[in-house]
Design a protein around this ligand. Structure first.
Ligand SMILES: [Zn+2]
Length: 101
């Protein structure tokens, strides 16, 4: 009784989408890297991340790996100003102003 080989569906190795605080922009990102989709660091120390400001107020976040690749291709200083290295830390708690439970 030869059963067809079972294809093992592995869950994507992805950090759970915990919110992260973009330290210097003081904003919260809910998703991972805008390029590779990987979640940002889950350890409290956080990690380096690149923010790209596109248009008036759209910021994209990239992990350090993708950010390095992006910055390696930016050719003009006027464009480079739209990118800034920042730091992201995972947020474990809820905002303190959200009421008490
Ligand atoms: Zn990435």
């Amino acid at each position: 009784m030869a059963e067809p080989a079972k294809v093992e569906v592995k869950p994507e190795v992805k950090a759970p989408n915990v919110p992260h605080l973009i330290v210097n922009r003081a904003e919260v990102v809910l998703e991972g890297c805008s390029a590779c989709g990987n979640g940002f660091a889950a350890n409290p120390q956080g990690e380096r991340a690149l923010t790209a400001v596109v248009g008036d107020n759209n910021a994209y976040m990239f992990c350090a790996h993708c950010g390095d690749a992006i910055m390696g291709h930016v050719q003009s200083d006027s464009v480079r100003q739209r990118y800034a290295w920042d730091w992201v830390v995972p947020l474990k708690g809820a905002p303190m102003l959200n009421g008490k439970k």
